[in-house]
Design a protein. Structure first.
Length: 595
């Protein structure tokens, strides 16, 4: 009831502003807000490439920047910003220079190289720096899925691109031989090569080269495997028949995932993850892996809800409840290694969140088909982990479109990333190529140049503003209104034909997110057939919101404009109503209110 009264007062007040003011409780008329001075001019943007030598840094590390620019202006400078505050500045005279990362742990920084001429600022390039002693705080996950014979240059080309996007952890998908015997050995030495389940050749030296390259960029390397998968005739390799999962209580039908032969070498049979015998079996195999390959942890996979399942003794098996003890057993044996388990369509996520897993990972399938579903998964994961574990979503774009050769729909990818990033998640999508299917080696769609450029800006944004996007806080829905017809606003959840608004309170900062669906054709994030349309950009939108106290500062940033650099906004405050002009809104703009 109180909320309705406040909303009525706001609407009535906005209506009366045109007539000179709004009646206060004491019956007096408050003055209309003073005219808002124009925002400072948006800087010119040159969009030169700038890179860092690592994906993530520890406090105090040296950060090496490289600017790709043939002639550097005499007035060129670099400024380092945490959120909207400049923490350092220096002249830029060479194409490469060093900066010592500040001592504060788990902070993100925006780096802006700029020049000034005739009182006009030109932003030459932007990038971001993550200063975090542990990647699990802000995981940005990538993948590798092809391990043929590769030379150093081929490996470095892939890893350089991932580093450009600040990817700090790599999932080595299907690097192994049999799921129950991941690393084949010849005597005490690892085999030089082996077959994966789809009969591809996997080379030990290639896996090793990729791990070495990842570590050289401060990325973590995670070995992928199912938590309960074995091949045909696994009993000959020491797998106990009493560990298998059955579809009936009479041990007649083993649960298995059928795969066509050829090209697959086996079906995948399922094992009870809660069996301590099986846990120890796979722990022993993992020890062999870590003895020969310097993986940093275990990326665990599952196959989702299997329906009714039974143990060997005929008792019912609650598969979802078996994940927590499995993860804890793996982590207890190798406490210095990272552990994460895929919650397929959120199956078993509660136990995973309660376990010793290091962050949460959700592979998104039906019925989680809308943008609102993506947001809700992230929020649910926050709740399940008491806001202690951030989320990565494996969400495959343009799924049906990728049945044939073509290109990704730029609008679909950016809209999905805007929703995921604004709600505090990360998106597993980048590897040797961009993902469009759950079988990671699948590669039919390429990125157009506009999407390539935008992806770098979006990942810079995710890093630079990680302390607002992914570092705690509570979501809310501040009242935001449009003062003209340029914007049709609608409080989240997203809806076609309008701009979705929602907020997040982080300390004394209120974030206002604007995600632009004013021209969208679908609310299905996957955009299966590639029909999603780009938004119509809105410029100089007059907005107002209800503040909870005196506003000290208002600023904005967007990955769509000037490389994500932040800009202060002029505003006026009359009582609890604050008015300002949003310079532009393409896909996603963020406004930050500092009290």
């Amino acid at each position: 009831m109180l909320m309705n009264i406040m909303l009525f007062q706001l609407c009535f007040c906005v209506f009366l502003l045109g007539a000179g003011g709004c009646k206060e409780d004491n019956g007096q008329t408050s003055p209309a807000p003073a005219e808002i001075p124009a925002n400072p001019a948006t800087p010119v943007y040159s969009n030169h490439a700038i890179t860092t030598d690592k994906a993530i840094y520890k406090p105090g590390d040296n950060v090496i920047f490289t600017l790709e620019m043939s002639q550097i202006p005499a007035t060129a400078k670099v400024r380092y910003k945490h959120l909207n505050e400049v923490v350092g500045e220096a002249a830029v005279t060479e194409s490469s220079w060093a900066w010592q990362a500040p001592a504060t742990d788990f902070w993100g920084y925006m780096v802006e190289v700029y020049s000034t001429a005739n009182e006009t600022e030109t932003i030459l390039a932007t990038t971001a720096v993550d200063v975090s002693s542990d990647w699990k705080k802000f995981p940005r996950y990538g993948f590798l899925s092809k391990f043929p014979q590769l030379n150093e240059a081929e490996v470095q080309a892939v890893m350089t691109n991932l580093n450009k996007h600040h990817i700090n952890g790599i999932q080595f998908y299907d690097w192994h031989h049999k799921h129950h015997l991941p690393l084949p050995t010849a005597g005490a030495a690892p085999a030089p090569s082996w077959k994966d389940i789809i009969n591809r050749d996997i080379y030990f030296t290639t896996v090793q080269k990729y791990i070495t390259a990842a570590h050289g960029l401060n990325m973590k390397a995670m070995q992928y495997n199912l938590i309960y998968g074995v091949w045909d005739n696994a009993e000959a390799d020491g797998v106990n028949k009493e560990w298998f999962i059955y579809k009936d209580n009479t041990r007649t039908n083993r649960d298995f995932h059928p795969l066509p032969a050829p090209p697959f070498l086996s079906n995948i049979y399922l094992i009870d993850p809660s069996s301590t015998g099986w846990q120890q079996y796979l722990i022993n195999e993992n020890r062999k892996v870590y003895q020969h390959l310097a993986f940093d942890g275990f990326h665990m996979d599952q196959l989702g809800d299997r329906g009714a399942t039974f143990k060997h003794d005929g008792t019912a098996l609650n598969l979802a409840q078996s994940y927590k003890p499995f993860i804890n057993a793996i982590k207890a044996d190798a406490p210095t290694k990272y552990a994460v388990l895929n919650a397929v369509s959120q199956y078993g996520q509660q136990g995973i969140a309660e376990s010793s897993s290091d962050f949460l990972y959700s592979e998104v399938w039906n019925p989680f088909d809308t943008y609102n579903d993506l947001a809700n998964i992230i929020k649910q994961n926050n709740t399940l982990s008491n806001n202690t574990k951030n989320t990565v979503l494996a969400a495959y774009m343009n799924y049906d479109l990728s049945n044939n050769q073509g290109v990704f729909n730029t609008a679909a990818v950016l809209m999905t990333n805007a929703v995921i990033f604004a709600h505090g998640g990360a998106h597993l999508e980048l590897g040797e190529h961009m993902l469009s299917k759950e079988y990671f080696p699948h590669h039919n769609l390429e990125l157009r140049q506009d999407l390539k450029s935008a992806m770098v800006a979006y990942y810079d944004f995710l890093v630079a503003y990680q302390n607002l996007l992914r570092d705690g806080g509570s979501f809310n829905n501040p009242t935001v209104t449009a003062g003209d017809s340029k914007l049709k606003l609608a409080a989240w959840p997203a809806a076609a034909g309008s701009v979705a608004t929602f907020g997040k309170l982080v300390g004394n900062q209120q974030i206002l997110h604007f995600i632009n669906f004013n021209n969208s054709k679908t609310q299905n994030w996957r955009d299966n057939t590639g029909t999603q349309t780009a938004p119509i950009q809105v410029n100089d939108a007059k907005l107002s919101f209800i503040a909870t106290g005196p506003v000290k500062k208002l600023w904005t940033a967007t990955p769509d404009i000037i490389g994500g650099a932040s800009r202060s906004l002029n505003f006026s405050q009359n009582g609890n109503q604050v008015s300002f002009t949003l310079p532009e809104l393409n896909y996603w703009s963020m406004v930050v209110v500092e009290y």
